[in-house]
Write a protein that binds this ligand. Structure first.
Ligand code: NAI
Ligand code: MG
Length: 494
């Protein structure tokens, strides 16, 4: 055995293949690409590199499954499959968590903690599978004419996911598809394709019929673009950057497929002087430092009331220095590496931009290159003080562990400045004043407002964006509607 195959049972030294129509296949081109451990730079596996031809094959398999055996599954049978998959994910959670940690770097404490979310989502969608229903609607037409609605699966769904949480991102796409009777072609991120492939094996074990879930790793510009443009795909569910979201919308125009988009953000996190600061300090810190800042709804614009600004920002900087940065496999690690060399360059680029713009780093600010960290893509938690609204670090998504701290004086002002962004995904408010809390909850233009907490998520509570953070909702009953068509039926009975 060599070192890599010792790391994880899924890493057997053989190239990973595409999962299409229930079979493991080479890419039509025969090409493969490498996936790395961002903590060490080492190659974990060769992975078949799907492109347009493989997407064609996968879409054909998904269509055949959709019109074939899968369409005969009763809701309770789809529910049983989802419950089995939930049990399997629960039973294999350590293994899946380790694979996420190896492939994208997040601390094992975090990826193991995803258990409740991953399993909870599958059980939520399982419950929803037998709770879908249309409506009988009283119409006002003369005579006897009955009207009611049917909810029907949209069909073949192209799911395109990023690398920042491969296990949960995969479940977030295939869960609602299985609940509603859709079929899926999932394109994982090229940075972290391993967990989605392992999950495909568990789908087989759970009794998901061939072709219902297909996984085609490959690059965005080839496999992803082919999926977004494919004339036989009925819907694309995308999570990633707003730039890619825009190209997906353009690509979708060919057959006017449905699109749901969960994009990035520059979310305001607002701290009032009356807040419980002992909670707000770590709360505001981890709103950005969790997952090394690689979370779409991270609270990266930290607005702090002027009278506590220096004290509070200093305390967040002190907190940031207590966080253990390192290889995610170490159970003590709190902040892992960034996912890739590309992401490292992007984030360190913003660190220089911030300094050039006149922001003052109170902690972090430079890539870590000491000892073992030199081989990985490590950036420590960074707090920039003296940030102004017009700086690029206050406007653009950095996707790294970087807080831009900005002072404010009153509530109307912070509402206007908080909303002065093209994005609208997350937001936070820290206050003991229930009046302020309610006012902000309504005034902030974002899909989620967290008050005296940050980043709370639950399968039953919808999540999604305003403005350029995208459209459509994931989680909640709203999520199922994204995968359903509504048909109105009229029956004249006289
Ligand atoms: P990306 O949006 O390019 O990649 C996300 C997914 O889209 C990947 O599976 C990728 O292969 C695919 N993709 C890329 N180009 C495509 C195309 N033309 N057609 C179809 N699919 C395509 O994001 P990337 O490059 O990984 O990260 C860049 C920045 O995007 C990050 O620095 C961050 O700011 C943001 N981002 C936001 C995420 C979120 O959760 N909202 C997740 C990942 C990145
Ligand atoms: Mg990329």
């Amino acid at each position: 055995m060599n070192a890599i195959t010792d790391l994880h049972p899924f890493l057997d030294g053989k190239p990973k293949r595409l999962f299409i129509g229930g079979k493991w296949l080479e890419a039509a081109s025969g090409k493969t690409f490498e996936t790395h451990n961002p903590a060490t730079g080492e190659v974990l596996a060769q992975v078949a590199e799907g492109d347009a031809e493989d997407i064609d094959r996968a879409v054909a398999a998904a269509r055949a499954a959709f019109t074939g055996p899968w369409s005969k599954f009763k809701p309770a049978q789809r529910q049983a499959v989802l419950l089995k998959l939930a049990d399997l994910v629960e039973a294999h959670i350590d293994e899946l968590a380790t694979l996420d940690t190896l492939d994208m770097g997040a601390p094992i404490s975090r990826t193991r903690n995803n258990r409740q979310r991953a399993v909870g989502m599958l059980r939520f969608y399982a419950g929803m599978a037998t709770a879908l229903h249309g409506e009988t609607i009283d119409n006002s037409l003369p005579g006897e004419i009955v009207s009611f609605t049917l909810k029907e699966p949209v069909g073949v769904v192209g799911a395109i996911i990023p690398w920042n949480g491969p296990l949960t991102a995969t479940i977030w796409k295939i869960g609602p598809a299985l609940a509603t009777g859709c079929t899926v072609v999932l394109k994982p991120a090229e940075e972290a394709p391993l967990t989605p492939l392992r999950l495909a094996e568990l789908c087989v074990e759970a009794g998901v019929p061939p072709g219902v879930v297909n996984v085609v790793p490959g690059f965005g510009e080839t496999a992803g673009a082919a999926l977004a443009a494919h004339p036989d795909v009925d819907k694309v569910a995308f999570t990633g950057s707003h730039f890619t979201g825009q190209s997906i919308v353009r690509a979708s125009a060919g057959n006017l497929k449905r699109v749901s988009l969960e994009l990035g953000g520059k979310s305001p996190d607002i701290v009032f002087a009356d807040a419980d600061l002992t909670q707000a300090v770590p709360g505001a810190g981890m709103a950005v430092f969790a997952n090394s800042g690689q979370i779409c709804s991270a609270g990266t614009r930290l607005f702090v009331e002027k009278k506590i600004y220096d004290e509070f920002v200093g305390r967040v900087a002190d907190f940031s220095k207590t966080l253990r940065v390192g290889d995610g496999r170490d159970p003590e690690t709190q902040v892992g590496p960034l996912v890739s060399q590309e992401q490292l360059s992007r984030v360190t680029g913003y660190l220089s931009i911030g300094r050039q713009e006149g922001a003052r780093p109170l902690s972090g600010g430079e890539r870590l290159t000491e000892g073992a960290l030199a081989k990985g893509y490590f950036v420590p938690p960074t707090v920039f003080a003296d940030v102004r609204d017009d700086m690029r670090i206050a406007q653009e998504e950095i996707f790294g562990p970087v807080i831009s701290a900005i002072p404010f004086t009153d509530i109307e002002e912070v509402i206007a400045r908080g909303n002065n962004t093209t994005f609208g995904l997350g937001s936070g408010v820290w206050t003991r004043d229930v009046g302020k809390a309610h006012k902000l909850a309504r005034a902030i233009k974002a899909g989620s407002v967290w008050i005296n907490c940050y980043q709370a998520m639950d399968p039953a509570v919808p999540f999604g964006g305003y403005k350029m953070s995208g459209y459509g909702r994931e989680s909640g009953i709203q999520h199922l509607d994204e995968y359903l068509n509504v048909k109105s039926v009229w029956i004249k009975t006289d």
